[in-house]
Design a protein around this ligand. Structure first.
Ligand SMILES: Cc1cc2nc3c(=O)[nH]c(=O)nc-3n(C[C@H](O)[C@H](O)[C@H](O)COP(=O)(O)O)c2cc1C
Length: 409
């Protein structure tokens, strides 16, 4: 896993309580640490029955805290010191017992005492048997915590350790990571800004079973949505037909055709501050989609017509209302890259265009990496090295933050 800029050097207390799902939280500790966070694990006595402190110590490279009463050379008051330094406290898994203690302000071990002393936001991931979760006592306790501003992720429906199915499964570590990013990013440079991102291909129907599509995987667009969330933006992700997980915190709108994409983009852009147009929208569609499947052997000639020009519509809205303030386009080309991209930038009135030659190894569709060249409206050309789509998204969002500042100045 590569470093995640939003996690870099951020101090997170990871509280582990005594549930079976504690084993999954070892993976979360590992992901957070690999992402660049400084993770201090605090375990309840019951938690140490499930996973040893040594596991977390090895994964985080830091001492693990289990006891309120044993002063160490580092501090005699770990509940205060750790709580004070923390930017976020995550309790995963959160047992019914621990939730009850938090709801009533009990402080009889290190983790519960820390939860009272800290001023950092608290995120909990409940995990328990469905009966325990549904019990009025637990529901009342959760209600109290929510009312106090504690963030609650899950639980989700599924199979539990007992073999039974129900509501009580902890959300998966990757999803928890998404919640952590959302909370850490809340006060970022795009806080209060609405960013619309488009991603993926469009499918233009030939008949009920066939379509004209393209090879876009949506990965670059989804990475852009995540990078915008990391900076505190309200994110609307308009996605063509792809099966990627929605970044936590994004509002996703699924579309199929270029016409649906256009309609969604125009509607969502009315109030948007930024548009990142990463989708590979079909330029042509079959003139007449057949209502019934075209039989094999009858021969088939497609007549294609142009689809709506989404960015032209955005430019028209922008000319009248000044929104979105920043529009970034993407140009996937197979030759004369810079000329085509520059022409598109000017024709569509873009602030920035990310051009990539999709025939280059490691760039373009379906792969995890990309090699792009950024061109801005002033004609500045910045070729970027081959990097992950997440890293490309970071560079683009940093440029978006700069462009917004310039426009607002
Ligand atoms: C095998 C086993 C699994 C358990 N799993 C859970 C669980 O998933 N969720 C839960 O709320 N309690 C679970 N419990 C009960 C808690 O461990 C128990 O309530 C304990 O007192 C919690 O302590 P803590 O909240 O201080 O960590 C389990 C107990 C055992 C023996």
């Amino acid at each position: 896993m590569e470093p995640i800029p939003i996690l870099k050097a951020r101090r997170i207390v990871l509280g582990v309580t005594g549930g079976i799902a504690a084993y999954k939280v070892a993976d979360l500790a590992s992901k957070l640490t690999q992402g660049g966070a400084q993770v201090d694990v605090v375990m309840t006595a019951a938690a140490t029955r499930f996973v040893t402190p040594l596991t977390f110590q090895a994964l985080t490279g830091r001492p693990v805290w289990t006891d309120l009463w044993t002063p160490t050379s580092e501090t005699a008051l770990p509940h205060v010191v750790l709580g004070e330094a923390a930017e976020l406290v995550v309790i995963a898994p959160a047992t019914a017992d621990f939730i009850a203690k938090m709801a009533h302000g009990l402080a009889d071990d290190l983790l519960s005492t820390l939860c009272l002393s800290t001023r950092a936001p608290i995120l909990i991931a409940p995990a328990m048997d469905a009966g325990m979760w549904a019990h009025p006592a637990t529901q009342e306790n959760i209600g109290r915590l929510r009312a106090r501003g504690v963030e609650v992720a899950g639980p989700v429906y599924g199979r539990m350790a007992s073999g039974l199915e129900g509501w009580g499964r902890m959300v998966e570590p990757l999803e928890l990571l998404g919640h952590i990013r959302r909370i850490l990013g809340r006060k970022g440079p795009l806080a209060g800004k609405r960013v619309v991102v488009t991603a993926g291909p469009t499918y233009e129907p030939i008949d009920p079973v066939r379509f004209v599509g393209n090879r876009s995987s949506g990965k670059q667009g989804f990475a852009l949505a995540q990078a915008a969330l990391d900076r505190g933006a309200e994110v609307v992700l308009i996605a063509g037909p792809v099966t990627l997980e929605t970044p936590i915190g994004a509002r996703r709108i699924d579309v199929g055709t270029a016409a649906e994409m256009a309609e969604a983009v125009w509607r969502e852009c009315e109030e948007a501050d930024v548009l990142l147009m990463a989708a590979a929208v079909a330029d042509y569609r079959p003139a007449h989609a057949q209502p019934l499947k075209i039989k094999k052997g009858t021969g088939l000639t497609l007549e294609l017509v142009s689809t709506a020009d989404i960015l032209a519509g955005v430019a028209a809205h922008r000319a009248r209302h000044g929104k979105p303030q920043v529009v970034v386009g993407f140009a996937a080309e197979t030759g004369d890259l810079l000329e085509s991209a520059q022409a598109k930038l000017q024709a569509k009135g873009l602030d920035l265009i990310a051009a990539n030659d999709v025939t280059e190894p490691g760039a373009g569709f379906a792969v995890e990496t990309n090699r792009i060249t950024l061109i801005d409206a002033r004609g500045r050309v910045e070729p970027l090295p081959l990097m992950s789509k997440a890293a490309v998204a970071e560079v683009i969002l940093d440029r978006v933050v700069e462009l917004l500042k310039e426009k607002e100045a």
